[in-house]
Design a protein around this ligand. Structure first.
Ligand SMILES: Nc1ncnc2c1ncn2[C@@H]1O[C@H](COP(=O)(O)OP(=O)(O)O)[C@@H](O)[C@H]1O
Ligand SMILES: [Mg+2]
Length: 225
């Protein structure tokens, strides 16, 4: 299977007026579609920084990051973020004033998909994440955390990209909902051919991954493959 993302000695330095913080050092690794990757490591080790580079929110200050073989500095990163890679977060980050269905329609409407088609496809994605249609008209604050994270995954799918990035996606969930989300992330990789990259310090999430990378002080190593 082809490498969708390749990091080559990636480094990242946060630079403010007063200080420099080296958050990543010579990170080299690659990601393929169809697999779940866990990135583990203690707080401050650089996990979120690396995820934000993979999401195209910023570019490496050293080394190279390739998406489909192209240098991330040379691609249209707005389009990459809109059409190719989606991020889900510990705190779900749904749009509070949109219904469940409207949240999932949103990325497609940004892409100028017609309202009718966006609605049909949103229903399809919500079905894939196992959300009952009785919840489609509810506001995010009226449904449980596990349900909100499923909506966030459906919204990520709606962007049409096959790179799903997750920062501690089960951090706010009980163990039962955690399992639902982990199983869903595995299903997306193994049945729908997504590249799923999960930052986590949850052992169960790491156990379910196909590949585990460990981060320590900004450096990355393969823990198991
Ligand atoms: N916006 C920022 N400005 C300056 N330093 C930052 C910023 N964000 C993170 N850092 C620093 O970069 C390092 C890595 O942080 P981060 O990627 O958030 O780690 P993790 O997600 O593993 O907890 C830490 O030393 C952190 O303090
Ligand atoms: Mg973090």
């Amino acid at each position: 299977m082809s490498k969708i993302i390749e990091a080559e000695k990636v480094g990242y330095i946060y630079q403010s007026k007063y200080q420099k913080t080296k958050a990543l050092t010579e990170v080299s690794c690659s990601f393929e579609q169809g697999r779940v990757y866990a990135i583990t490591g203690k707080s401050g080790s650089g996990k979120s920084t690396f995820l934000s580079l993979l999401a195209g929110l910023d570019v490496p200050t050293e080394g190279n990051l390739y998406i489909d073989g192209k240098d991330i500095r040379e691609i249209d990163r707005d389009s990459y973020r809109m059409n190719r890679a989606s991020v889900i977060y510990q705190a779900f980050h749904l749009f509070p004033l949109l219904t469940v269905l409207e949240n999932v329609m949103f990325p497609m409407q940004l892409q100028h998909v017609s309202k009718k088609e966006a609605k049909e496809r949103a229903q399809e994605f919500l079905g894939k994440v196992g959300l009952p249609d009785s919840l489609y008209g509810k506001m995010p604050n009226m449904i449980s955390g596990g349900e909100q994270q499923r909506v966030a995954i459906a919204r990520a799918m709606a962007s049409g990209g096959q790179i799903l990035l997750a920062d501690e996606p089960t951090g706010n969930l009980d163990s039962q909902n955690e399992k639902v989300i982990v199983d869903l992330l595995c299903k997306l990789a193994h049945e729908e051919n997504y590249a799923v990259i999960v930052v986590t310090h949850n052992e169960k999430v790491a156990e379910a991954a196909d590949v585990v990378y460990g981060m320590l002080d900004g450096a990355l190593e393969v823990v198991c493959e």
